[in-house]
Structures are given as structure tokens and as C-alpha cells.
Design a protein around this ligand. Sequence first.
Ligand SMILES: *Cc1c(COP(=O)(O)O)cnc(C)c1O
Length: 412
Amino acid sequence: MSVTHTLEADVLRRQDPQLADILHGELDRQSTTLQLIAAENFTSPAVLAALGSPLANKYAEGYPGSRYHGGCEMVDVAERLAVERAKDLFGAEHANVQSHSGSSAVLAAYAALLRPGDTVLALGLPYGGHLTHGSPANFSGRWFDFVPYGVDAETGLIDHDQVRTLARTHRPKAIVCGSIAYPRHIDHAFFREVADEVGAYLIADAAHPIGLVAGGAAPSPVPYADIVCATTHKVLRGPRGGMLLCGSDLAERVDRAVFPFTQGGAQMHTVAAKAVAFGEAATPAFAAYAHQVVANARTLAAGLAAQGLVVTTGGTDTHLITADPSPLGVDGRTARLRLAAAGVVLDCCALPHGDVRGLRLGTAAVTTQGMGEEEMVRVAALIARVLRGEGESHTAREEVRELAGGFPPYPR
Ligand SMILES: *Cc1c(COP(=O)(O)O)cnc(C)c1O
């Protein structure tokens, strides 16, 4: 088994016991705590095997059939396979699988469609926009003129009227839809209509829900967006990386925006691992997984609401939940630390109604482990107990250890 093989491989143990201990420690941490970070998952042993393969040695600048390096026969086949599988999986005319990360994919999408100084409409960062959607600390905020839209403070839903008004006023060159914290489906048809009205490109940053799309558990942005950017390591459960999907009309621009404009050599071990992940995501088992992820998130959201947390938008359509823990007497930051001490790992996030920090949770990883709705009910109760400060913290830590122990992410 590749994980145990990698971690217990005599090679690493013998050559570098210090690092072998670190890898073991991390596997132990992942196996004995609850991974509720919405952006994380447990990728498969097959994906890990591709990542740990000799393809990591290969330089391959360019694209299959036209590389700047020799010896690309095998990696060309791997990349063509990844591209074909991505196109089939998402019904896209073109796929680029070389982006090193989700952020690199967004950078490439902007590079393909925009010039520095162009106006872009995107969900503001306080409402769940990503760094690449105009943060002043990021290239996006420095090089483009971002106009933020928001969510309704009461409902937590994207304010469609505001999107339309801002688009008419600012005539952006591109509109970005997609978020790191939006728990509901995005209305791609609406965004397409507004983009068409003002002559803007539509970029869907589907980094989070693309895995649900693959499994048929969320609507696809592919028929609506000019370019879809995504990660391959969130719900999609592949290797850490990015990808872009688009129509044939933009294929060449997108490819040139990735290489040579924003990247050098592709990471061929990662490209191969993406092929493996796309293959897995095309199976009925993955479709069942994606639907279970959503069912689990709905149950967890309902459980948290029943315990007194205020769940943004009242629930979720996806793997992702955001919630305000303050009715239980703690702010988001304190809540995150208390939960971490109990072995429940999640993030803080901004909430629609202003300055209080909330909690962001996701069910992609625990669902991969095999947890179901019964476990989600238990997790919600456990979270509430920890937040209320009921019982000893080591008792909660023991319960988490016992729960996680029943669902090992990797065979030992
Ligand atoms: C995760 C995410 C990204 C960035 O992905 P990285 O691989 O961390 O660079 C970009 N946009 C959105 C909406 C995301 O959720």
C-alpha cells in the first residue's frame, strides 16, 4: 500500500529517520483528529503513488507533442490522458491541467482575458472572495481594478441586484463568480446573463465545488463561463494543483497564459496524479461519494443549528458550512482554538453580517473516511459541547480519537 509504503519505506526510515518521523507524525495527526477544513480531503493511495513516482524527475516545458525538452514520450501520454479525462468528466471542449495551484489557474485566466488595469467584478473578500479576487496583498488587487459585490447581510445570499447594478455602472472586462465560503449553489445562468448584458467575460472560480460537479452533486459552470478555474485537491480529491476548462475558441489563449506566460515546466508527477483523480471521479462510486458529502454537510449544518449556532443561509447545498458560534458564548477565533485542542480541525471565516468571525467547516474529508449522517449528528453535538465548555477538554479529545479511529483514512 503506497501510503504505508511511502511512510514506512525502509529507504526513508534508514536514510532520514528525522523526516520519516515527521511524515509518521502527520499521518498520525490526520488519523486521530477530525479534518473539517472545507478545502481538504484524503487523496487516494493511487494518487499518492503517482505523486511519489519517477515522473517527478521529468522536465516538460510546453505541451504534448511540442516540448522544449527531450524524453517526453511517456509524460506526453500522461498529460494527454489527463486532458482527455478532464474534458470527458466536465463536458468541456478544452482542458489545461498544468496549473500548479488554484491561484495559478486564476492568474492564468486573468492573463488569458485581461490586461493590467482592467476592471473586474468579484465577490468581495469579506464575503468569501478568494485572495485572487482582488486582495490588495495579492497580484490581483495590485494589477487589476476590482469592484467587489457582496452578500445580503440578512440572508447571506449573493446580492444579485447589486451585481447587476455594479456591472452596469462599472462595465467590467470580466466578472468572477466563485468563493471560498459560499455554502449555496451559484446561479451561473444569472452571472452569464449579466456578463452578456455588459459585454464582460465570465470567469467561474469553482475551486471548491468542482468535485461536486464531477460527481453530479452540484450544477456545472462549464456551459456558462468563458473560463472555469478549479483546484484538483479539494472535494475532487486529487493531487494539490489547479486546472482550467474553456471552449475551443479560448483554448490557445488559455494554454499560452499557463505556459509560457505564468509558469515554466509542468509538474508531470502531479499531472499524472490528476489523470488518476479524474479517472476516479468518473466512477459511480465517486458520484455516490459527492452526494454523501452534501448529505453529510446538510446533516451537520442542521445539527449545529439545533445546538444554537447560527448557520449562514440556514443550511448548505454543498460540502461547506459557515456558522456563527457566538450564541454559545464564544467568538470564531476562540471557538477554533478550543476545537483544535479537542482535535476538531477547522477554519475561521468572515460572516455576512459584519465584523464577528465565524467558523467554516466542510465534509469532504470525513466523508472520504466513510463517515455518514449518524457521525455528523455526533460531531455537531461534540462541537457544541466543546464550545460551551462542558466537560473536560481531554474527554472531548478522547471522543474525537475514538470516532476518528473507527474510520482510518488509509489502511494501516
Ligand atoms: C482554494 C481556492 C483557490 C486557490 O487554490 P490554491 O491551490 O490554494 O492556490 C482559489 N480560488 C478559490 C475560490 C478557492 O477556494
